[in-house]
Unconditional design. Structure first.
Length: 72
């Protein structure tokens, strides 16, 4: 597959704005991978995230590990 055939969608927005619904619809398309940060954070660090500051710390850790895999 050439780079010209690849599309990256980064979905961001306010709580309740429809990001998850849109991501689910995009993920139903053939040859599509959906990476949902909230699901990873909840599964790995859910019991440790009590504050917004906790979220920032753990999301930074997650991104440092996941980013190279997603890019590759």
């Amino acid at each position: 597959m050439s780079v010209s055939q690849v599309t990256l969608h980064m979905v961001c927005g306010k709580i309740g704005s429809g990001k998850s619904t849109l991501s689910k619809k995009l993920g139903e398309q053939p040859r599509t991978v959906v990476v949902v940060e909230d699901e990873w954070l909840s599964a790995l660090f859910g019991d440790q995230m009590k504050t917004g500051a906790d979220f920032l710390v753990y999301s930074k850790k997650l991104r440092s590990v996941i980013k190279p895999h997603v890019v590759a």
